[in-house]
Ligand binder design. Structure first.
Ligand code: MIC
Ligand code: SF4
Length: 642
């Protein structure tokens, strides 16, 4: 029986386990990346492990999220990351050099290698045939130290593309179409492999848009084969030597096959507040738009922005719309400048933002009150833009330009002729903003500089056999990590200060949660389906840990968040019968009994002291996960093991 492409890469990196869907496997990791909003914590954890130098083939620390410096905090954290990277063998991509996923694709990603990153959109690397996963900071720290990365062996979904995209229909519309088909939880537990004759019509940046947004499906990762198109891209990046052809075996077996005819797609749009809330652009025609943002790791490539420039050339944006463009990297920006496309963008009245995440994570450019914002980004969760009552829609760059020019949601096919844009034979290569680490000999004399914003890691304790606590919060389906631990320019600077961050925990759902939790001392949280979807931020586990949350009981969990909860020593438990969700109410007093034996057996009983009911819960922890939980989290477990 043949293997899928992902199975081939897994097989060549397998440290332990068998490739049977649902079983735990451990993978050797070739490359890691961090960004600054998760990086500070990841490097503090790496330092706590006491390893001198990273043991990966390449590790890169990017600064791209916390680029507003409205106080000392972000600047201090950047200085910390720069010095800790230099000391421990990690490359450092300076602020302004670009968004981690875009720069990594351009300069460092290699087909067939494994990559984990402390950012959920790390699967962008699947656009050039990497097996790339988003992970919590602690898992990245362990991988930097040479440790394996543990995942549940995923099921394999193949998406078979036929035909060719029509003018003004784009890779973003392919992403929105698969979200429409599968929903934000349809990819959980699966790797999505893209194939079929239609992939021959998609360039690397287009493929990377699609693998990037596989994250919104909840997929473990997404991947394209590495072929002549990949080769041409790597060659144009001066990296022909990194190319190797990779494909699934012709007789590979998939758990599910989905067919998409590219030529049948129309421009699509995701409505507030979920990426899978997808309709056609034409169905919303005429809706007034206040803001348009073009950029993010999904749609900020040179190809995207050349198209945007061509469509804006000689035109002026509607005076009612505020338009921003943030190029994905310094390479993209300098090439736009070199060819004159940047002048076309500026002359249209759009505002140029720096090469960073920016508005995507609420780092500036928040919409006006109740504003309608069309964004080429990947997430439109409630409140994420920084304006609580804003309505954020997700679109392609072409649809974004159509709205910018007309002031309303407009089908881009009405813009006239589609711009014909191709990728250059040679990109402008300048890696001067990537600083090399110190040599092993120099490393000892490098001083790591820490600012006063770095506070202690929350304390953990070994798990007791019985845990009694109040149900301090009950929430519904599809709770995102942006609900649990919001981001934005006011909160992100405190990612290394858990006590301060805790004030904002769950504030989107219930402003009193933090105060009530601290007063209660211990607590349980109850959630619906797909609890913890979205970002990889381990802060969505570390902050609840600080606030005394001992277990989260949900109908189902998103992958990275479940792993982060275990790493933090918080029990992720699911209902044996989802209907029991109704039998738990905020304020109930709950008792988890006989945890040691229950975790082994996979069945735990929850007594609701308030109602007198007993509820059956299930878990499927591996021996390793059980030991991590019993020890009080991965750091305590690793320390005990050494
Ligand atoms: C996001 O898009 O939500 C982020 C900000 O990039 C996060 C990481 C973080 O919270 O720092 C992610 O996607 O993992
Ligand atoms: Fe940055 Fe947005 Fe991409 Fe997250 S999704 S890495 S915030 S651009």
């Amino acid at each position: 029986m043949g293997l899928t492409l992902a199975q081939k890469i897994i097989q060549s990196h397998l440290v332990s386990g068998t490739m049977k869907a649902g079983e735990e496997i451990a993978l050797r990791i070739d490359q890691t990346l961090t960004q600054d909003a998760t990086g500070t914590m990841a490097y503090l954890e790496f330092e706590a492990m006491g390893i001198d130098r990273v043991r990966t083939e390449k590790s890169v620390a990017y600064i791209d999220h916390n680029t507003l410096q409205s106080g000392f905090e972000n600047a201090d954290d950047h200085r910390y990351i720069q010095t800790v990277a230099k000391k421990h063998g990690i490359y450092f991509s300076r602020p302004g050099n670009g968004i981690c996923h875009q720069v990594h694709l351009e300069r460092f990603g290699i087909p067939g290698k494994t990559l984990i990153g402390s950012d959920s959109h790390t699967p962008t690397g699947g656009g050039i045939g990497m097996l790339a996963f988003g992970a919590g900071g602690l898992d990245v720290a362990v991988a930097m130290g040479g440790g394996a990365y543990y995942i549940t062996m995923p099921r394999m979904i193949r998406v078979n593309l036929t035909g060719k995209l029509n003018p003004f229909v784009t890779a973003k519309d392919v992403s929105l179409e698969i979200l429409r088909i599968l929903s934000v939880k349809g990819g959980v537990g699966s790797i999505i492999e893209w194939g079929g004759p239609g992939i021959q019509t998609l360039s690397v940046p287009e493929r990377a848009t699609i693998t990037n947004m596989g994250t919104e499906l909840g997929a473990t990762t997404s991947i394209f084969p590495s072929d002549e198109i990949t080769k041409a891209f790597l060659k144009a990046q001066g990296r022909a030597g990194d190319y190797r052809p990779l494909a699934a075996d012709p007789d590979a077996v998939y758990d599910r096959v989905i067919d998409i005819d590219l030529s049948a797609l129309k421009p699509l749009i995701a409505c507030p507040h979920m990426p899978d809330n997808v309709v056609t652009v034409e169905s919303l025609k005429g809706t007034r738009v206040d803001q348009v943002c073009i950029g993010s790791c999904t749609n900020s490539s040179l190809l995207d922005l050349l198209k945007v420039a061509a469509l804006l050339k000689g035109k002026t944006v509607d005076p009612r719309v505020s338009v921003s463009v943030s190029p994905g990297s310094r390479q993209v920006l300098s090439m736009l400048a070199d060819c004159g496309a940047l002048s076309d963008i500026l002359a249209s009245g759009a505002r140029l933002l720096e090469c960073a995440c920016g508005p995507c994570i609420g780092m500036g450019f928040s919409p006006n009150s109740g504003g309608v914002s069309l964004r080429t980004f990947n997430r439109n969760f409630e409140g994420r833009s920084g304006t609580r009552d804003a309505k954020v829609y997700l679109v392609s760059p072409e649809t974004a330009v159509a709205a910018a020019l007309t002031g309303e949601i407009t089908d881009p096919r009405l813009l006239g002729d589609a711009p014909v844009v191709s990728l250059p034979e040679k990109f402008r290569i300048d890696d001067s903003a990537v600083l090399s680490p110190a040599t092993p000999e120099e490393a000892a004399s490098v001083e790591v500089l820490r600012g006063p914003n770095i506070k202690e890691f929350p304390k953990t304790k070994p798990l007791e056999n019985t845990v009694t606590a109040e149900l301090t919060l009950k929430v519904g389906d599809n709770i995102t990590t942006d609900h649990i631990m919001p981001a934005g320019s006011k909160i992100l600077p405190y990612r290394s200060n858990i006590p301060y961050l805790s004030k904002f925990c769950f504030a989107v759902c219930d402003e009193s949660f933090a105060e009530r939790s601290l007063a209660a001392g211990n607590g349980f949280v109850v959630g619906g389906e797909n609890y913890g979807q979205g970002s990889s931020r381990e802060h969505a586990a570390l902050v609840p840990l600080y606030l005394g949350v001992r277990a989260v009981i949900a109908k189902s969990f998103a992958r990275i968040h479940a792993a982060n909860l275990i790493n933090a020593g918080i029990l992720p438990l699911t209902f044996a019968d989802p209907a029991d969700y109704e039998n738990l109410n905020q304020g109930d007093r709950l008792i988890l009994t006989d945890l040691g034996a229950g975790m082994k057996a996979g069945k735990i009983l929850l007594q609701n002291e308030t109602t007198g009911k007993t509820i059956a819960l299930v878990c499927s922890f591996t021996d390793r996960q059980r030991e991590i939980l019993l020890a009080g989290g991965l750091l305590a477990y690793t320390k005990a093991a050494n």
